[in-house]
Ligand binder design. Sequence first.
Ligand code: NAI
Length: 343
Amino acid sequence: MKIIFYDAKKYDIESFTKANNSFDYELKFLEFKLTIESAELARGYDAVCVFVNDIVTKEIIDKLTSFGVKIIALRCAGYNNIDFQAAFEKIHVARVPSYSPYAVAEHAIALIMTLNRKTHKAYNRTKESNFNIGGLTGFDLYQKTVGVIGTGKIGQKFINIAKGFGMKVLAYDKFQTEGLNVTYTDLETLYKESDIISLHCPLLKDTEHIINGESIKKMKDGVMLINTSRGGLINAKDLINGLKTRKIGSAGLDVYEEEADYFFEDFSNDMVSDDILARLISFPNVLITSHQAFLTNEALKNIADTTLQNIKNFSLGLEDYNEICYKCNTSTNCPRREAKKCF
Ligand code: NAI
């Protein structure tokens, strides 16, 4: 198999090169994203490997299909960047459903801890020999209520950590997990009672802008909002309004709706022309990280191993290669897959 990688960073090259010792595929790494123009370079390859901000449109899918590319292998869990309706019955799409739910859950906690205890500010102050602690007051997490939207793999790890702090957990999920030791509730109650809200559901049609002006109105004054899932879950303009009116006390964001043009790149000698992102960065009570929640050694290893194994299983004609397709909409518990009706 010949595999071409788009948007490959140094850490991708290292982890995939190492994992490939067990597969011996021909790998080609490109630093830039997959676009209709750069898709041209996939001629002659069997598999195209992409990441979260490679937007795989119908036109790109048609082009890749015409070159004989057989599979698009996502080296991530989320798949909202793929028009998999267009991919259906043309090209196979695989993903890495789980590589380290701990990595993302722990990063969500890191955002909470930093925002709450303002360690980022304390770090800067003491670096300049400023030992004043004025303005650094936080609150005990103990006995506070955290609302978790989405109780899948990451949400569950997050809940376990939150319980370790002695927090009360309220959860909402469209499909509740049986046997999970958590209080499920409706969104209204979760919004009303949570001191912190953390998003762990995928970006789908019914979750797009789940956090908007209306839902923000229902939240507690001073609520902390954490999003390590996908930017499109939050209407960023409404978030800014919520921050300006002080309804939202603080926000920790690892993702942003229009992140594709900025995240993972260095703009320190340039300027950010996205006014919404620039405004968010300007708030002292907003902490933005650029989609790094997944970035641990363990996750990188699992991503590389699973992606190459997916491609291998696919090439061997095995069922189990974490396919997502339009009908399945998920790689797990799909009746079509169980009935082996995926094309
Ligand atoms: P998962 O599939 O295990 O869990 C997602 C949960 O969301 C499921 O329980 C599902 O029932 C629930 N859900 C679906 N529709 C919903 C709705 N309308 N309302 C409420 N809940 C709903 O996924 P996992 O592994 O926990 O990942 C969650 C998300 O985290 C991914 O979709 C991805 O977008 C994001 N992610 C972010 C990373 C980062 O580096 N920032 C890395 C990995 C994943």
